[in-house]
Design a binder for this molecule. Structure first.
Ligand code: X5A
Ligand code: ZN
Length: 625
């Protein structure tokens, strides 16, 4: 294969704002219809994106109204979000349709279809709970049958319109979800396998539409066991699922989601599983799987249409998934799929249980389908160290079928030099004071006074915006509204004068409370900016049994500079950064010479696995005062 198009070319997976440049297209995301005119003036025709939402699917609910993650509000919040953002107004909104039994029976047994069909009838009232309890992770009520028929039928309808060319792409906002449902069994909150029914419908019932090869991408955090089984021996369907697997212990559990499950007979090689063995996977991990598995294979397979089992339970904040994909991550994954099939993509909702996350992620995806500009950047730059062995194993297992997977990933790629995360602590005051250990003072000098570096560079903001740091606060700045004054501007109680905020007003990407084995070693009662209330520093040499609670905000290094300016009553519009990359580097070096007990512990280490870098406790973290 041509090495220049090799999926293993270096640095592909680093998620930076450079991804944005690939993405820029005409049209804005605010949803005013006249912006579509802009798009057309720019020579771009607005794409026709279909949406189906029907409140009737909300009637499927727990029998006695008990709380359940797969709740009716899931699809409501998505629909409301699309409306509020002005995005649904730019789409083609279609009415829902019930699936036909003969289409359901393309992938389900007659018995299963009949069970779901009759489950909500009066005659079943007394048996319904019993039936549900004998199934795996299923509840049923009087609304279940109709919702299941509408969910499957709606995915079929969007798929049909996209295949016909009447729509460019579409999103069926449906529930119950489908991908766990097997030929003869409802499970995992799924009654009919909506996506599988649609795929089989196109292939078997609509030869006139010319769909001969279908790529099903399943990015729900759970393995799409049902879909896998339904097309196990079918080379017309390439099934790709990325999911938590945890060596077979994550739902739906067992070996089905293993990467050795590649299909059988004529379907051998047409089933691809990417099993994560731990949670916390995020944008960078998913995009690594995209860049080094899915995208090269999709290029070879050359599908006629893509069906997307779009669960959003790998999203950050999901209560079941434990992963960390951001709306931006989803939009990049989807955008990368738009290169195929002239963008003929049918999204069907699967899981996703954090209402806010699924609404935002859905919006980001529909904006991609509309070819809006992708705005937000991602939080994470590098995959887990443990992600590469998974990707390598999958590539190795499947390279006999997909030559583009045959090359070894380059050493450079999988051993990317990863900048250590740094915790920066700033106080609200720049006056110097005795620092018994010299450390705090020394670094403070280093950071505040060495700012005549590279004044020629006016682009310091862009550069520093790409670097995330942890801003560790204690005392007053632990109160979020107070810290946010530095980022978003404003004045809270206790602040003597309003802050202008950072140039980049995006809120901290993460806020974490951690207890550190250090105690406060000095404080000040009064500071220029805050008046009475003061600041404190942790004593790095204190007894390790002493504990200090700190609040860590993940912000960019650009924002950190603006925080520093405001704390020290300096102007924000300086040509150079107060604390630039060189300062960060020297702060790191200063810290690295200190004995182990001295340094703070980076949040990654506290949370668990060695992520994205390997380090010991003594190679981290800068103080900046
Ligand atoms: C569609 C989906 C999850 C089932 C989890 C059961 N199902 N514990 O996300
Ligand atoms: Zn799921």
């Amino acid at each position: 294969m041509d090495p220049s198009s090799s999926p293993s070319s270096d640095n592909k997976t680093v998620v930076t704002s450079s991804h944005l440049s690939d993405m820029a297209t005409a049209g804005q995301s605010s949803g005013k219809y006249y912006e579509n005119l802009d798009a057309e003036v720019a020579g771009k025709i607005q794409r026709k994106v279909g949406l189906i939402y029907d409140e009737t699917m909300c009637k499927h609910d727990t029998p006695d109204g008990e709380d359940h993650p797969e709740c009716p509000d899931r699809i409501r919040v998505i629909w409301e979000k699309l409306q509020l953002a002005g995005v649904s107004q730019r789409c083609v909104v279609l009415g829902s349709s019930k699936a036909e039994d003969k289409h359901l029976q393309l992938v389900h047994t007659k018995d299963h279809v009949n069970l779901v069909k009759t489950i909500s009838t009066k005659q079943k009232d007394y048996r319904r709970n019993k039936i549900a309890s004998q199934l795996n992770s299923i509840y049923l009520n009087g609304g279940s049958s109709e919702a299941a028929y509408l969910a499957a039928g709606s995915v079929v309808k969007v798929a049909e319109k996209v295949a016909e060319g009447e729509l460019d792409s579409g999103f069926a906002i449906v529930r119950p979800p489908g991908h766990h449902a097997e030929t003869d069994e409802a499970m995992g909150f799924c009654l009919f396998n909506n996506v599988a029914v649609a795929a089989s419908y196109l292939l078997n019932e609509r030869p006139d539409l010319g769909v001969k090869k279908i790529l099903i991408v399943d990015w729900d955090v759970h393995h799409g066991n049902g879909t896998q089984k339904m097309f196990w021996k079918d080379p017309r369907v390439l099934f790709f699922s990325v999911h938590r697997h945890e060596y077979g212990s994550f739902y739906p559990s067992g070996d089905d989601g293993d990467y050795n499950m590649v299909g059988e007979g004529p379907g051998e090689g047409f089933n691809i599983n990417v099993p994560w063995d731990q949670g916390r996977c995020g944008d960078a991990d998913y995009l690594a799987a995209w860049d080094h598995i899915l995208i090269p294979v999709a290029r070879e397979f050359n599908p006629d249409i893509i069906l997307l089992s779009a669960g959003f339970d790998a999203a950050i904040g999901d209560p079941l998934g434990g992963c960390r994909v951001t709306p931006y991550g989803y939009s990049v994954m989807l955008k990368k799929l738009m290169e195929f099939t002239h963008g003929k993509i049918v999204m069907a909702l699967e899981g996703g249980y954090n209402l806010d996350s699924i609404a935002k992620s859905s919006l980001a995806c529909v904006q991609v389908l509309l070819e809006d500009k992708i705005i937000q950047g991602s939080s994470e730059a590098y995959p887990f160290e443990s992600t590469w062995p998974v990707i390598q194993a999958v590539r190795k297992r499947l390279c006999a079928y997909w030559p583009s997977l045959a090359d070894e990933l380059s050493w450079k790629l999988i051993n990317q030099k990863i900048p250590n995360p740094i915790i920066l602590i700033s106080s609200s005051d720049s006056e110097t004071e005795d620092d018994p250990h010299g450390l705090v003072y020394q670094i403070s000098k280093l950071s505040i006074e060495n700012h005549q570096v590279d004044t020629a560079s006016t682009s310091w903001r862009a550069d520093l915006a790409k670097v995330d740091i942890w801003y560790a606060s204690f005392g007053s700045n632990m109160w979020k509204p107070r810290f946010l004054c530095y980022i978003q501007g404003g004045q809270v109680d206790g602040l003597k004068k309003a802050c202008v905020g950072s140039m980049d007003k995006s809120p901290p990407k993460e806020i974490v409370w951690e207890t550190f084995p250090h105690r406060l070693f000095f404080g000040r009662e009064y500071t220029a900016r805050w008046g009475v209330g003061g600041v404190a520093f942790t004593n790095p040499l204190a007894n390790l049994n002493d504990q200090t609670q700190m609040c860590l905000y993940r912000i960019t290094l650009e924002q950190f500079n603006d925080v520093l300016c405001q704390e020290n009553a300096l102007n924000l519009d300086s040509d150079s950064a107060i604390f630039d990359l060189a300062a960060l580097q020297s702060a790191e070096n200063q810290i690295s010479i200190l004995p182990e007990a001295v340094s703070l512990v980076c949040k990654c280490c506290l949370v668990g696995e060695k992520r994205r870098h390997s380090h010991t406790y003594n190679d981290l973290h800068a103080f900046c005062c």
